[in-house]
Design a protein around this ligand. Sequence first.
Ligand code: RB5
Length: 117
Amino acid sequence: MKIGLGCDHGGYNLKLEIKKYLGTKGIECVDFGTNNDTESVDYPIYGQKVAEAVVAKEVDYGIVCCGTGIGISLAANKVPGIRCAVVSDTFSAKMSKAHNNANMLSLGERVLGKGLA
Ligand code: RB5
């Protein structure tokens, strides 16, 4: 399985944690940026990049992060074929796949600790 990752500056550190975690599971990741938390960037750019990679089947699923998870999910959901769920709890995360067939997950670095994420 291959996962596309993306974030803005507000989600950069959480994205790194997710990337590290997926690495421990042997899951391949393609990182679409951004690449630091110091330069302010526009979250729609990265939400769209990951979403387009999912639709093009370059990756199987996408995980995106911003401060709240909201903005970058809205951007991803503008791409036809994307069902990106913002979640802050494990039950909703499971249900987003089981009942909503989500193909992207959005997480908020300013909302979640890395353990829960
Ligand atoms: C960036 O400061 C912040 O607005 C962004 O990461 C996100 O939370 C927007 O939804």
